[in-house]
Ligand binder design. Structure first.
Ligand SMILES: [Zn+2]
Length: 340
C-alpha cells in the first residue's frame, strides 16, 4: 500500500496540469465552472486511483517471483534482497530441527511452483536433495542456489565421514548464517540468481541488498559492543550451532552436551562435562528451543550455571522475527544472563 501511495504522489503534477487545462477550456460562468471543474477533477482523480489500485494490487501479487527456501533464515535473507517483487516460503517450521527434517507432502507442491530454490548446503539440509529430485529441480540450473557457495566453512574434516546424516557436520560446520558477516555472501548468491531470473528488476534487487547490508553493518557494531562483556567467557552449548557466531563475537564455547554433533550424551560424558564446567567456571549453558531440556537442566543444577535458550533460526523464539532481530534477541538474552 505504501508503494501505491508513493506512486500516486508522482501523479500530482500531471493531475494539476489536467485541471489547469480543463479550467482554460471551460466556457462556463466562473461560479458554475468552479463546481463543474471540482467534480471533473474528483472524477479524474477517482478514476486514476481506481485504475492504479486495480493495476498495482493484484498485478503485483501475480508477478511476484516464487522462492522456496529450506530454512526461515534464508527466507528472511531472500526477502531482504527480493523485497516486494518476491513471495518466499520456507519449508522447515521454526520449532523443528532443520538438520533432521522430514519433508511433508505440501513441500513438494510448493517446490513445483517455485522459480527459485535456496538451500543451506554443507550437508545441513540433505533431505532437500530427494525433494528437488522429485520436483525436477537440478543443481546448477538458474533456479537453484546453494547459499553456502563461497562461504569459508569452519571445522572441515576429512571427506571420509561421508554424507548421509546432516547432523554429523560431515562437510564442516554448516551453521554459517549465524555469522552476520556471512549474510553478505549469502545475499550475494541470492542476488545473482534473482538477477539472472528477472534481469529487468536487477537494479532493484541490488539496491535492496545494499540497503539491507548497510543496516546490518550498523547493527554489527552495536552487537559487538553489547557482547564485549562476554569476550573470552567460557560457555557450553547443547549442539555446536555457534561456531561462526562465536568466532565473529569472540565467544568461547569450551564444551557441548552432545559429544559429537547429533550424538546424545552418555552418563560418562555428562560427568566429564560437569568437571570441565566447574574447572572453567562456566556461567552460561546454551540450548535451542527444539533441543532436549533434561541434560542441560541437570548440568546447570550441578554447576550453578544459567540456561539460556537461543534461536539458531528466525522464528524459533519470540522476538527473533527476521534475520536482524534473530541477533538482537539472542544477544539480549546472553547479555541478560551474564549480568545475572
Ligand atoms: Zn548442526
Amino acid at each position: 500500500m505504501r508503494g501505491t501511495l508513493h506512486k500516486l504522489s508522482a501523479w500530482r503534477v500531471p493531475l494539476t496540469r489536467i485541471a489547469r487545462e480543463r479550467r482554460a477550456q471551460s466556457d462556463l460562468s466562473p461560479q458554475a465552472g468552479r463546481g463543474a471543474r471540482k467534480r471533473a477533477f474528483t472524477l479524474v482523480l477517482f478514476t486514476l486511483v481506481a485504475s492504479l489500485l486495480a493495476a498495482v494490487g493484484p498485478g503485483m501479487a501475480q508477478e511476484r517471483l516464487a522462492i522456496v527456501t529450506t530454512t526461515s533464515d534464508l527466507r528472511s535473507l531472500s526477502e531482504a534482497v527480493g523485497g516486494d517483487r518476491v513471495a518466499v516460503t520456507s519449508l522447515v517450521p521454526p520449532s523443528f530441527d532443520p538438520e533432521d527434517y522430514q519433508p511433508r507432502p505440501q513441500d513438494l507442491a510448493r517446490l513445483k511452483r517455485a522459480r527459485l530454490v535456496v538451500r543451506v548446503g554443507l550437508d545441513f539440509d540433505l533431505w532437500f536433495d530427494r525433494l528437488i529430485a522429485q520436483a525436477g529441480v537440478r543443481r546448477g540450473e538458474a533456479g537453484y542456489v546453494d547459499a553456502s557457495f563461497a562461504i569459508a566453512a569452519l571445522e572441515v574434516r576429512g571427506a571420509s565421514i561421508g554424507p548421509g546424516d546432516g547432523h554429523a557436520h560431515g562437510s564442516g560446520n554448516p551453521h554459517y548464517w549465524l555469522d552476520p558477516k556471512n549474510a553478505e555472501i549469502i545475499t550475494g548468491n541470492i542476488l545473482e540468481a534473482l538477477a539472472r531470473l528477472d534481469p529487468g528488476s536487477a537494479p532493484i534487487y541490488e539496491a535492496n541488498r545494499l540497503a539491507f547490508l548497510s543496516r546490518l553493518d550498523r547493527k554489527l557494531s552495536e552487537w559487538e559492543a553489547k557482547l564485549a562483556p562476554l569476550n573470552g567467557v567460557p560457555l557450553v552449548a547443547y549442539h555446536n550451532s555457534w561456531a561462526y557466531f562465536a568466532r565473529r563475537f569472540r565467544l568461547e564455547f569450551v564444551g557441548f552436551v552432545e559429544p559429537k554433533p547429533g550424538v546424545p550424551a552418555s552418563p560418562a560424558h555428562i560427568v566429564s562435562l560437569i568437571g570441565l564446567m566447574r574447572a572453567r567456571n562456566v556461567p552460561i549453558i546454551v540450548r535451542q528451543p527444539h533441543e532436549p531440556e533434561k541434560d542441560v537442566t541437570f548440568l546447570a543444577g550441578r554447576t550453578g550455571s544459567t540456561v539460556v535458550v537461543l534461536a539458531a533460526s528466525v522464528g524459533a523464539r519470540p522476538g527473533a522475527d527476521d534475520y536482524l532481530s534473530l541477533f538482537d534477541s539472542n544477544i539480549a538474552a546472553l547479555v541478560a544472563a551474564k549480568a545475572r
